[in-house]
Design a protein around this ligand. Sequence first.
Ligand SMILES: *Cc1c(COP(=O)(O)O)cnc(C)c1O
Length: 353
Amino acid sequence: MKKEIVMMVGPTFVPEKVLKAMNRKSISHRSEEYCKIHGKVVEGLKRIFGTENEVLILTSSGTGAMEAAIQNCFSPGDQVVVPVIGTFSEQFAKMAESHQLKVVRVEFELGEAADVDRVMEYVTEETKGVFVIHNESSTGVTNDLESFGKALEAKNTLLITDSVSGAGGLKMKMDEWKIDVVLCGSQKALMVPAGLSFISLSQKAWKATKSSKLPKYYFDLNKAREFQKINQTPNTPAVYNVFAVEEALNMIFEEGLENVYKRHINNTNRIIEGVRKLGYDIFPKDDRYASKTLTAVYAPGKAKAIVKGLKEQGVIVNTGLSPIEEDVFRVGVMGYVFEEDVGGFIEALAKLS
Ligand SMILES: *Cc1c(COP(=O)(O)O)cnc(C)c1O
């Protein structure tokens, strides 16, 4: 039973069953027992990603997988295009620059999604990659990956996507949408503590790794791929998190992936409707691209006080991120969040209004 209503945007609430899955004796990451679990987890993650490609398990937070994507697919001086719609896309751009890539930023107003046609105006023969955040957690906006995939499919450009706050909560069809790299972390929609990230590469992306000249060691994905053949990792993985992911995936597939997506959509729609009834609006400029895993609520000048007031009532949500931290608070429905939690949140918010 929940004592508090936890609707954070990550780390998210870890269900009792998942916690219990970690309450067991330590096993070697080279043991048969481990390899079996690893293999099962990878199969489950493939379903979450919508791919037949390998999904590699890295021991890092989501940011590590972002770095792995850059280190393995690119070389110094490569030109990449990054649509910037908020904090996490800006972080991706900075990370690319720190690896000596030539970054072309395409800036959008905060609260907007990346317009594919406008981004494509900057994509040339020279462009080696386009970095798109699936679900921008700072503004609560979901980008249209399918359209990016269509626009880039015939080009020699990789579509690199960060789905840290998407996969497992939002529909993700890596193969069908022609995405070259998908990555996510354990502590958002997968309702597992932070510590693991997951990354999958298309055949086109694996080919690019062969000519990549950036330094890589811990995140050498070709090495990881070799170990994956025997359901292992090059170094010690966060074994207890792997136990947890196994259980979390069981829970997700028991409920049914489509049902999980629907629950996220329904809960978010209730939040949007509820906050609007109380006189607030959402931060995204158009409902069509408003995220279904978290809602950025627009409360100019009052956001921090609201987060505090909710906490005093046992409802845990997140403040906004710079530069909109005074005006936006964020409510997550990722993972283990149900209708009654949403009801509790709206009730608590009503008391503050
Ligand atoms: C949470 C998040 C990250 C960063 O993940 P860490 O696990 O904190 O490294 C990256 N991108 C997006 C969109 C996120 O929501």
